[in-house]
Design a protein around this ligand. Structure first.
Ligand SMILES: *[C@@H]1O[C@H](CO)[C@@H](O)[C@H](O)[C@H]1NC(C)=O
Ligand SMILES: *[C@@H]1O[C@H](CO)[C@@H](O)[C@H](O)[C@H]1NC(C)=O
Ligand SMILES: *[C@@H]1O[C@H](CO)[C@@H](O)[C@H](O)[C@H]1NC(C)=O
Length: 241
């Protein structure tokens, strides 16, 4: 009787964990990963490379890539994106803020483009603030900082443990728009698009629970779910052996 229940539960648990399912079989990377080389090869990322170096974050990310089992996702603003910032915006930042700006473009987890279309918002970054993602048709994804929204079109690299996506705008944190004197009309349009964002996220979300809005809960939930799957597999194996 217990065995029957387990057999019935297993496929359901797997269905509830599409991410765990997708990530579990991912093979370990081979060869060293070089973020600079990826950016240099793609061209048009000189400002970002310089910022990564100036803020010491390049070495941080490179060394964390070896230890973080979840991988990383980097949103790489083009040189054009930096040029299109209000004049003086970047230079107006303190050194700490420059570090935070860079960290805001990095998530401590690998996301494929299709992961991003269904991810629970807000997504945790290396900075104190999250990013929101909305998926459209196919693998079309928009990313929003609350102050800035842009479409993600181009993957420079999309292979665990490192994804690097081109963004045509710098993901400017809302926190900086309050501090800075830059004339940003940020908060107004956010409310307007909030409804559609929420709907899109709810439609796309595979999670049946209401907790999916909260990223930390969502991630924890998935990890617990995955743990349960592994647990059940082991129980089954011991039952059948
Ligand atoms: C993404 O943003 C563009 C405008 O930048 C908009 O036209 C498009 O509908 C948005 N897509 C999604 C999925 O929100
Ligand atoms: C993300 O969306 C939530 C509501 O869905 C909103 O409260 C939050 O301010 C948004 N954050 C960003 C960074 O856009
Ligand atoms: C998400 O959960 C964390 C702790 O579980 C909490 O600190 C945070 O305020 C929550 N955020 C939202 C948007 O509910």
């Amino acid at each position: 009787m217990a065995t029957t229940t387990l057999i019935l539960l297993l496929p359901i648990l797997f269905l509830l964990n599409p991410q765990a399912q997708a990530q579990a079989p991912a093979p370990s990377p081979s060869g060293p990963l070089d973020l600079t080389a990826i950016l240099q090869k793609a061209g048009q990322y000189n400002t970002l490379i310089k910022l990564l170096k100036d803020t010491q974050q390049l070495t941080q990310i490179q060394s964390q890539l070896k230890s973080n089992s979840q991988g990383f996702t980097v949103f790489a603003p083009t040189d054009n994106a930096f040029q299109n910032l209000p004049s003086g915006a970047l230079n107006g930042l303190s050194d700490d803020q420059k570090v935070q700006l860079i960290l805001y473009h990095v998530t401590p987890k690998y996301y494929s483009l299709s992961d991003l279309t269904t991810v629970s918002n807000p997504v945790r970054t290396q900075a104190p603030w999250g990013l929101n993602f909305t998926g459209g048709q196919g693998n079309q994804v928009n990313v929003s900082s609350g102050a800035v929204e842009t479409q993600i079109n181009n993957a420079l690299r999309q292979q665990f443990p490192l994804a690097v996506y081109q963004v045509d705008k710098v993901l400017w944190p809302v926190a900086f728009t309050k501090d800075a004197k830059s004339p940003s009309p940020a908060p107004a349009p956010k409310k307007g698009s909030k409804g559609t964002e929420t709907t899109a996220a709810a439609d796309a979300s595979p999670s049946p629970s209401g907790e999916s809005k909260n990223d930390s809960n969502g991630v924890a939930g998935k990890n617990v779910g995955f743990g349960m799957v592994v647990g059940f597999v082991f129980v089954c194996m011991s039952v059948f052996s």
